[in-house]
Design a protein around this ligand. Structure first.
Ligand code: NAD
Length: 495
């Protein structure tokens, strides 16, 4: 790792802050170094009060055998500055390498991924000229815990974890963001008609918190119809808040719809730090001096807003919009409105030449209304312990080539005084009692044992003991609890 301070800023402008804000910068791989250089040049010319320290991340670090793609010492710099401007990196092919983004997000607790997706029509070609949507994606939970297991020869599992504090943080952030940036509506997409507990919690928290923001219009849509409407009429959306996986997919879809993957930047915001980056990758096959630096530049503008330099961010944004309006474009967005197709360096120079100018047609950035997206109140409550009672257990059994009735007969011999076999499902479909012979069954069975009244966990242990003696392959168990009398488990089969 190399750590160095970049030379003092060339041009000093009136700024909101007297001191320079220390930030961490990583030049990344592929087009990373050239778009970072272009971006920093613009920031310096605009008078951004930043003090960058450079760390090395990415391909070279991975190839040195550091599977996380970042040297342990670089964390000290990151934890010191707490603000990270990151160029894209190349993840080497093959197994064993961890996603640097996931590691940084989780280590710094960057729970909110914020991605404005704005159309710049007619200067950038898009089918959705009125699009101006901000996607706010939960960044830490859901299926991204990486908790996966092969359970039987035929079945693998990935655990989806959703927490109440996690939902509260992201939903409150989305509402605070909307209020602070003058947006009018927050939409929430989940799949809670199927995942009633996990997505259901996200939806419920959305409903609860929305009541604290009566001035903001709200709606909840099932993610499939929400996605369909987003790609059809993005103008009907303003801010969209989503759990991690849906947000991951739809934020890329939305960015592409707005024009080019080369345009959008994103912010990863947490209580202990923030990371800013373009949404695209390192484009390793792109020839030199062709890449559009706008994605990273937009991320850098989000960073300036985050550290309280809104005026500087607005100054850069207006110069950048003016550059687009003047038809000075990189190859990826070149269209009928293009007057000059330029390289990365020349595009940056064009933006610098226009500092102080404003766009005539595109919506100009107004510093007065630009409000920091940092320090939003992201409070969350810790849930008060409720009365938790054990009512039964789901035993997951691995057994190939058995019929549901034969398996039930085996299991019923292991029932205890209170724990009785209630049902068997296969891939969530009930196959006993009263299953249908047409149902396709794998070697993976969920067998529910339930009691009519609360039991002691010793009874589950006794059941397990009996199953073990009967040579039944127990893959895992999941206790069935009630919380203040309400079942904390799904009751039947999925839809
Ligand atoms: P990519 O985003 O690098 O490229 C996709 C397409 O978009 C390519 O045609 C590319 O030429 C074009 N493109 C991307 N950025 C552009 C820009 N600024 N200007 C003009 N055209 C641009 O995605 P990929 O090809 O799937 O991935 C390449 C590498 O990037 C992989 O190693 C991947 O793991 C990595 N990656 C890194 C990040 C990150 O660091 N955040 C994100 C995505 C992918």
């Amino acid at each position: 790792m190399t750590t160095m301070a970049v030379s003092p800023l060339a041009t000093q402008q009136p700024t909101e802050r007297k001191h320079r804000v220390p930030i961490t910068v990583a030049y990344g791989d592929g087009i990373g170094p050239e778009i970072m250089e272009a971006t920093l040049n613009i920031l310096h010319a605009a008078g951004a009060q930043i003090e960058p320290s450079v760390i090395e991340i990415g391909e070279a670090v991975y190839k040195r055998g550091v599977t996380a793609g970042i040297e342990p010492r670089a964390w000290d710099v990151l934890r010191d500055t707490r603000v990270f401007l990151k160029a894209p990196i190349t993840t080497p092919q093959g197994g064993g390498f961890k996603s640097l983004n996931v590691t940084v997000r989780k280590t710094l607790g960057l729970y909110a991924n914020v991605r404005p997706c704005v159309a710049y029509a007619p200067y950038v070609k898009t089918r959705h000229p009125g699009m101006d949507v901000v996607i706010i994606r939960e960044n830490e939970e859901d299926l991204y815990g990486g908790i996966e297991h092969q359970q039987t020869d035929e079945v693998v599992q990935c655990l989806k974890l959703i927490t109440r504090p996690g939902c509260e943080k992201i939903v409150r952030y989305a509402f605070e963001y909307a209020v602070r940036t003058g947006r009018k509506k927050v939409s929430c997409f989940t799949k809670d008609n199927i995942m009633k507990l996990t997505d259901g919690l996200f939806h419920r928290v959305f409903d609860e918190i929305s009541r604290e923001y009566p001035q903001i219009e709200t709606e909840h849509l099932i993610v499939d119809i929400g996605a369909a409407r987003l790609v059809d009429t993005p103008e009907r959306f303003d801010v969209i808040v989503l759990p991690n996986l849906y947000g991951d997919i739809l934020s890329d879809v939305a960015a592409q719809m707005s024009g080019s993957v080369g345009l959008a930047g994103s912010a990863n915001i947490g209580e202990h730090g923030a990371m800013f980056e373009a949404i695209h990758g390192s484009a390793p096959t792109l020839p030199r001096n062709v890449a559009n630096p706008s994605g990273l530049l937009n991320a850098a503008m989000l960073m300036l807003e985050h550290v309280g330099q809104q005026q500087c961010a607005a100054r850069i944004r207006n110069a950048w919009l003016k550059t687009l309006e003047d038809g000075i474009h990189t190859e990826d967005v070149a269209a009928e409105s293009t007057r000059a197709t330029v390289g990365t360096k020349q595009f940056a120079e064009a933006v610098m030449e226009r500092l102080g100018k404003e766009p005539e047609y595109l919506k100009k950035a107004a510093p007065a209304s630009a409000i920091s997206i940092a320090n939003a109140s992201t409070g969350h409550t810790r849930v008060q312990p409720r009365k938790k009672e054990l009512l039964g257990v789901d035993i997951f059994v691995g057994r190939p080539g058995v019929s549901p009735d034969a398996l039930a007969a085996l299991l019923r011999r292991c029932e205890t005084t209170n724990l009785k076999l209630q049902m068997i499902t296969n891939r969530g479909v009930k196959v006993w009692p009263n299953g249908l012979p047409e149902t396709f069954c794998t070697d993976h069975w969920r067998c529910r044992f339930i009691s009519s009244h609360p039991i002691d966990s010793a009874e589950v242990v006794a059941l397990m003991f009996g199953l073990n003696n009967a040579s039944i392959d127990v893959i895992k168990t999941e206790n069935l609890y009630t919380f203040d009398g309400t079942p904390g488990f799904s009751l039947g089969q999925g839809q």
